[in-house]
Design a binder for this molecule. Structure first.
Ligand code: C5P
Length: 237
């Protein structure tokens, strides 16, 4: 497989064509951004850790019958994935209150929910990725009502695999965000990444944060925390 021309550069990744039309080459960058790009930094080793962790998690999800775009780990900061057209929705699953829901609804951070909840946000930087209702999704034509139901079900299936997986590593999965896209046959696949950049991961007992809140809240120790997640998942770094 050869790396072709760059197709896209996002905040955290560069995407290149390959000699196969339905496969793209992703390079994870070391850039960290938060608050819709207002806060930025370069963090050595972050791209490699997110690439390795995402690859591992997509493989574990595949073992549980959850298909993703992941094809192959190429190097420490590169992977091959199926080309998909990303549905412009961020699907968030929350097991406990933290971040925006804690602020919006007044929950104390860490308050567990009786059942996981699912939210949709519009992937639109200019609008600041607003929270959407299902009616908003319909008028925006971001997805059909049937697709919304599928995305919700798929997000909860991912949660059902990831909660025990992290729990076995003594980590509580507080919340996470996923993105999904359509492949050339119109099948909806899990895409983008699942990493400590897109999850909230708290060490059980100590409640120590092992995720991007370390960067958002200037707490430091991000590379060490992400390395710890990778190693607890069975990696060796
Ligand atoms: O900020 P908020 O509390 O809504 O985030 C919920 C979850 O979604 C967190 O795990 C966060 O890391 C993730 N997220 C993300 N990308 C965004 C917004 C949120 O990965 N643009």
């Amino acid at each position: 497989m050869n790396k072709g021309k760059q197709l896209y550069e996002g905040k955290a990744k560069r995407i290149y064509a390959t000699d196969q039309e339905d496969i793209v080459w992703i390079e994870y960058k070391n850039s960290a951004t938060a608050f819709n790009g207002e806060k930025k930094a370069e963090i050595d080793g972050k791209g490699r850790l997110n690439n390795l962790i995402t690859g591992l998690l997509f493989k574990k999800l595949a073992e549980h019958g959850i298909e993703s775009h992941f094809v192959e780990q190429l190097s420490e900061n590169e992977q091959l994935v199926k080309h998909v057209n990303i549905i412009p929705l961020e699907v968030v699953v929350r097991n406990a209150a933290a971040g925006s829901i804690a602020k919006r609804l007044g929950f104390e951070e860490g308050t567990p929910f009786k059942e996981p909840i699912v939210e949709f946000y519009y992937k639109d930087d200019a609008l600041g990725d607003p929270l959407l209702t299902e009616d908003h999704i319909k008028i925006l034509e971001a997805a059909t009502p049937e697709e919304v139901q599928f995305l919700k079900k798929e997000a909860l299936r991912v949660n059902e695999v990831l909660v025990p997986l992290f729990s076995d590593m003594d980590i509580e999965l507080i919340d996470f965000k996923i993105e999904l896209g359509k492949d050339k046959n119109g099948s909806i696949l899990l895409a983008d990444e699942i990493s400590p950049d897109t999850c909230r991961l708290w060490e059980k007992g100590t409640k120590r944060k092992l995720d991007k809140d370390l960067f958002r809240r200037d707490l430091g120790g991000l590379t060490e925390a992400y390395t710890e997640i990778y190693n607890r998942l069975g990696g060796t770094l």
